[in-house]
Design a binder for this molecule. Structure first.
Ligand code: XIL
Length: 474
């Protein structure tokens, strides 16, 4: 019985007796009582043959807690495979789940939520019957549901299933660009980021101006913070980006280097960064936006004075620095077949003929609502047929403001079709959105009069686009 519900005021004598008993228990077991007053809501959100996702909310009605561990026994041999918002230790039936670095504190009256993907044996997926928080038994586990009215091991699709659970079941990564300031300052943002996505891309903090602020000096602190977050939440990291014409430090952009010096800088730049993240980044956008819309080499890049050869050099240096990372080209307005994607198709073939270690082609997929390019699947497939992986790397679908329900529906259809393309092309390994909430999106800053381009509104509520992506991943 939790301390808070002792009937002290009315039954004083009983109360004294019970308190004496409680004191005796506390003395016998000093850990007990440290977090008395907790309830646990353990909720299986979705299950499919062999797997399930669960969401667990721990509410604290006792004294404020700083640092928590929740323990339970799985009744049917379930195993946790990947958790978010928490660290897990699961051996045999015993599960022990502890706070992540940012959610250690549960004030009195507060709660934390974490989730996980687990495995089960398809016979029974019973919920644990009791929990302890920091060693103290928690009250109010889930009500006993009684006999299962629907013993089907693959029940009806649950709309509250997460994007990452569904993407995992389909064998692709589902990713998002991450705003560094939101990652630092917004706990609701972090929570949704951890819950919904299996892959993250730094929106800005792995770009050359951040990572290489002065020649030979590298600043990995914010990139490292994202990698830490990803590792704590069982997420992969896409690296973005090593060579680009934009967001370069001025020492590089205005350096007037000789060709030989510039080549040396290129090799150092790529080698330092890729080595730093060796083993931690599964895909790198090695070269971003290297061609103009008419298919010629983009000249405003500081690297362009070396000619097309700089692209090959960047890939070679990256391969040497991390032989296991997949190395990608990446650009916008190449989602359908057009002059620019044709030029990339030629470029990739030229590079492959020179044995340049290129593994993949990234399609940014910055779309305008209603302008989904119908040749997208065919276009991705032709790159896949060259032996490359393909990825959708920066998906968003901007709307001419103000938005309304029919524009949101059009946007949802566009998102859905891009996800379907990735699922239809077997070499498509990841689908990344360029941000997941309209609270943080680059669109209104760059495209006058346009916005609302992401999957969730500014309050992190799902928009029709979110539901469309979820459905497409079913
Ligand atoms: C954008 C970021 O979202 C903005 O915050 C930043 O000010 C400019 O860059 N293509 C890319 C991304 O490859 O790096 C760009 O990101 C969006 C277009």
């Amino acid at each position: 019985m939790p301390v808070r519900s002792l009937p002290c005021r009315r039954l004083l004598a009983t109360c004294v007796a019970l308190l004496t008993l409680l004191m005796a228990t506390l003395m016998a077991n000093p850990a007990a009582g440290q977090s008395a007053g907790c309830t646990v809501d353990f909720n299986v959100q979705h299950q499919w043959p062999g797997g399930f996702t669960a969401s667990v909310t721990v509410s604290n009605s006792g004294p404020s807690i700083n640092g928590w561990t929740l323990d339970w026994q799985f009744p049917n041999g379930q195993q946790i495979q990947q958790a978010w918002n928490a660290d897990v230790d699961n051996s045999g039936p015993s599960a022990s789940v502890s706070n992540a670095s940012w959610n250690a504190n549960i004030p009195n009256g507060g709660s934390v939520n974490f989730g996980f993907n687990g495995s089960w044996d398809n016979n029974s997926n019973g919920t644990p019957s009791s929990f302890t928080l920091n060693g103290s038994t928690c009250d109010g586990g889930p009500p006993d549901p009684g006999p299962d009215p629907d013993p089907d091991p693959d029940p009806d699709p649950d709309p509250s299933g997460t994007l990452r659970a569904k993407a995992e079941a389909r064998g692709i990564e589902i990713g998002t660009a991450v705003s560094d300031s939101a990652l630092q300052n917004e706990s609701d943002y972090r929570q949704v980021l951890a819950r919904e996505f299996s892959s993250v891309t730094a929106e800005n903090v792995m770009k050359p101006d951040t990572l290489h602020p002065s020649r030979g000096n590298f600043n990995f602190s914010r990139g490292d913070a994202l990698v830490d977050f990803a590792q704590q939440n069982g997420q992969e990291v896409r690296g973005h980006t090593l060579v680009w014409h934009s967001q370069n430090p001025s020492w590089l952009q205005n350096g007037n280097f000789s060709d030989s010096e510039l080549l040396q800088i290129l090799r150092e730049h790529v080698t330092e960064i890729v080595s730093h993240y060796r083993g931690e980044i599964y895909e790198w956008d090695v070269a971003n936006e290297v061609l103009n819309d008419n298919g010629t080499l983009r000249s405003e890049s500081p690297w362009a004075q070396l000619g097309e050869q700089y692209i090959a050099e960047a890939f070679r240096a990256a391969r040497q620095a991390d032989p296991n990372a997949k190395l990608f080209l990446n650009d916008y307005s190449i989602d359908g077949t057009n002059a620019k994607s044709d030029a990339y198709y030629q470029l990739v073939q030229r590079l492959l003929n020179q044995r340049v270690p290129i593994d993949g082609m990234g399609f940014q997929t910055h779309l305008i609502a209603g302008q989904y390019p119908s040749s997208m699947q065919q276009n991705l497939q032709r790159f896949a047929n060259l032996g490359l992986d393909v990825a959708i790397t920066e998906a968003d679908v901007r709307i001419n403001l103000p938005t309304d329900s029919s524009k949101l529906q059009t946007q949802a259809n566009d998102f859905r079709q891009t996800v379907e393309v990735c699922l239809a092309v077997s070499r498509c390994t990841s689908y990344t959105a360029w941000g997941f909430t309209d609270r943080h999106s680059w669109i209104p800053d760059v495209f006058d009069g346009q916005g609302a381009a992401t999957l969730m509104d500014t309050n992190l509520n799902p928009k029709p686009a979110y539901n469309a992506v979820l459905q497409a991943l079913q």
